[in-house]
Every structure is written in structure tokens, then in C-alpha cells.
Design a protein around this ligand. Structure first.
Ligand SMILES: [Mg+2]
Length: 250
């Protein structure tokens, strides 16, 4: 029976230097657009990836855009889930047009809400003197979600943005949207945008291609939990947001 691992990338298979548990034997795994190193693998992460790639097909399941994914240097050979599930690449590297059509319709419907929230956040920032700004992330011609990063990289500042500018809007008029905050990353997504939906779609494809399969899900964040729960097995790296909320909490 064929085995597939749906794996989140950032903070799961590699991370930035500041987040590396050890400074020994690091190797570059992803780059910024200017060519400088963005993230590293530890020796343990490389051992895990080699082990997983031997027995399974690894399917990246990430919030990264097409462009940011191309700057990741691990070898992948199958489907790829990008933009929190907004874009799916087929094994030949082309965009899955059926999925893109479905997502484009859903995201077009969700766009006015995202725009309204982005101006809300920016107005709040002007009023309070906060230095961050809301950025609408678009890819392959479709708008997907809003992201705010703290300019001083103080993750706690984003907790305040979430509490004062985002949650009141969601409670009032944004019930079709949800928030993900992890480290220096605050993202607001339409509920229709979910890695779990894309993983379900790819899993159905894989079942048609290979018959019965076994699926594994791996990720570090709350936002990974839904797709991991739909897999036959879940793998959670230690010292991550998801580990703290689950196995480490128990
Ligand atoms: Mg992650």
C-alpha cells in the first residue's frame, strides 16, 4: 500500500536560524528572494526527511506562495499544496486548474471582507501608532488572505493587533473568516481557505490513482491540525505551537 506524508514546511521541516534548537550541522533549506538564506534544517530534520522520502511520498502542505515555494531546496516529486490550500500543483509542476477554478470563485466572494478588514487594521494602526500594516496575499491571480508581521519581530505585539483590531471585526461581521497567529505571523483567512480542503481533494486524487493508501499529516501550528486530523496518522514536531497545545500539554 502506498504511503503519503502531507507535511507543512516552515517550522516543521526547517526553520529560521533563531528558531533552530541547535546551531550544529545546520544546512540551508530555503532562501529569500534576494538569495540570502532564510531557513535551515538540523541534522535530525534531514534524517527524518530522508527516512520519510524513502518509504513515502512527501507532499508539501504550506502557506507559502508559488514563488516562496520555489525557493525551498528539498526534493519533492508529487502534488504540492500552497497558499494554505489555495493552490495545488500537480506532480508535473503545473497548477491544478479544476481546483484553481473552485478557489477563485470562493476567494472572489471573500475578497470584500478581507479588504474591509485590511482597512480596519490599517486605520487602527494609524490611530495607535502601530508600525505594522495589513498585506493582502495574492498568488496566481487570486487573492487569498491577509497577513500582518510585526516590524520589530515582537510576536506579542501581534496578540494586541488580533485582540483590538481583528477579533472585534470577526465577531461583528467577519464570521466567515478565521485567525491564525503563530510567532511573528498573524493571518486572517476566509473559512473556505483551509489546508484540510486541499488535502482532502489531493487524497481523493491519490486514491483514484493508487487505490487504498495510508496518509500521514505533519505540522507545527494550530492551522495544521485539521488536515492532520483527517490523515491516518499525525506527526507533531516537539517544541512547536501544536505540540504545546496537545501532547506536551497532557
Ligand atoms: Mg508551519
Amino acid at each position: 500500500m502506498k504511503k503519503f506524508l502531507f507535511a507543512d514546511l516552515d517550522d516543521t521541516l526547517f526553520q529560521t536560524l533563531e528558531k533552530c534548537a541547535t546551531r550544529d550541522a545546520l544546512e540551508p533549506a530555503a532562501y529569500y528572494s534576494n538569495g540570502s538564506i532564510c531557513s535551515y534544517t538540523t541534522a535530525a530534520q534531514r534524517a527524518f526527511f530522508a527516512f520519510a522520502s524513502e518509504g513515502m511520498t512527501v507532499i508539501p502542505t504550506t502557506a507559502r506562495s508559488l514563488d516562496a515555494f520555489r525557493r525551498v531546496e528539498l526534493g519533492f516529486t508529487s502534488y504540492v499544496v500552497l497558499n494554505f490550500g489555495g493552490v495545488i500543483l500537480q506532480p508535473d509542476g503545473t497548477i491544478d486548474r479544476d481546483w484553481q477554478g473552485q478557489m477563485h470563485a470562493l476567494m472572489t466572494a471573500a475578497l470584500p471582507g478581507l479588504q474591509q478588514l485590511a482597512s480596519r487594521i490599517d486605520a487602527w494602526a494609524d490611530k495607535t501608532g502601530y508600525g505594522g500594516r495589513a498585506r493582502l496575499v495574492e498568488d496566481a491571480g487570486t487573492p487569498f488572505f491577509i497577513v500582518i508581521k510585526d516590524p520589530d519581530k515582537v510576536a506579542l505585539n501581534l496578540e494586541r493587533v488580533e485582540r483590538e483590531a481583528v477579533l472585534p471585526w470577526i465577531a461583528d461581521e467577519g464570521r466567515d473568516y478565521c485567525v491564525h497567529r503563530n510567532g511573528n505571523n498573524l493571518a486572517i483567512l476566509p473559512r473556505a481557505l483551509d489546508k484540510a480542503e486541499a488535502v482532502r481533494y489531493v487524497t481523493e486524487r491519490l486514491r483514484r490513482e493508487h487505490g487504498d493508501i495510508v496518509t500521514f499529516g505533519m505540522g507545527d501550528s494550530r492551522s495544521d491540525a485539521r488536515f492532520m486530523a483527517d490523515c491516518d496518522y499525525a506527526i507533531i514536531p516537539r517544541r512547536t505551537q501544536l505540540a504545546k497545545l496537545t501532547v506536551e500539554a497532557l
